[in-house]
Design a protein around this ligand. Structure first.
Ligand code: FES
Length: 182
């Protein structure tokens, strides 16, 4: 017979520890999937743009064959975790038709840190206003002191129906020497 006031401390402690362990396991089982879901929802790189495919940007009439780059907005459908947007600006490109009639497309985003580059007609160069990277008309780095690790990102471009200019619009990671799609 045990004394009525005798302590059953070992059993209490074990019960308490079991409860703590069960709570911890429950928290992990709840939080890990929730965190993974949040990452998917909040990660801007996972936002989808219909512009991953080709987008009609302009017509040949707007692009004289004079070697001069011209800037165009890219309008496309965009989708994120919560919403779908129809026909919104998703970026911009410089399009150029050479005197030989060749079409070229460059993303306007500077591959150094993501600013938009300007075309300087007098210098015949693209110049980034943020840290002065400069790029030749074909997008290659024009100045060895440019901080950008690669030239401007070229994009696939084609003419459809004899006059429509379609660009396969894509953004790439900044700060990398290689073109890595985002
Ligand atoms: S973002 Fe263009 S040079 Fe830095």
């Amino acid at each position: 017979m045990s004394e009525p006031n005798q302590c059953n401390c070992g059993g209490d402690r074990r019960g308490f520890l079991k409860k703590i362990l069960a709570s911890a396991i429950g928290a992990v089982l709840t939080l890990v999937p929730a965190a993974a879901g949040l990452r998917v929802l909040l990660d801007p790189l996972r936002r989808k743009t219909a512009a991953g495919g080709a987008v009609l940007v302009t017509s040949l009439e707007a692009l004289p064959a004079d070697d001069v780059p011209r800037k165009f907005s890219v309008i496309a459908d965009r989708e994120d975790a919560w919403n779908k947007f129809q026909r919104v600006p998703v970026g911009a490109v410089y399009l150029r038709r050479t005197r030989g009639g060749k079409l070229e497309a460059l993303n306007v985003v500077c591959p150094h840190a993501g600013c938009f580059v300007d075309f300087n007609a007098a210098k015949e160069k693209f110049i980034c206003p943020c840290h002065n990277s400069s790029f030749a008309m074909d997008g290659k780095i024009a100045d060895a002191s440019s901080p950008a690790a690669r030239g401007l990102d070229s994009l696939e471009v084609e003419v459809r129906n004899e006059r429509e200019v379609w660009v396969k619009f894509q953004n790439f990671e900044a700060g990398k020497a290689k073109k890595i799609p985002v």
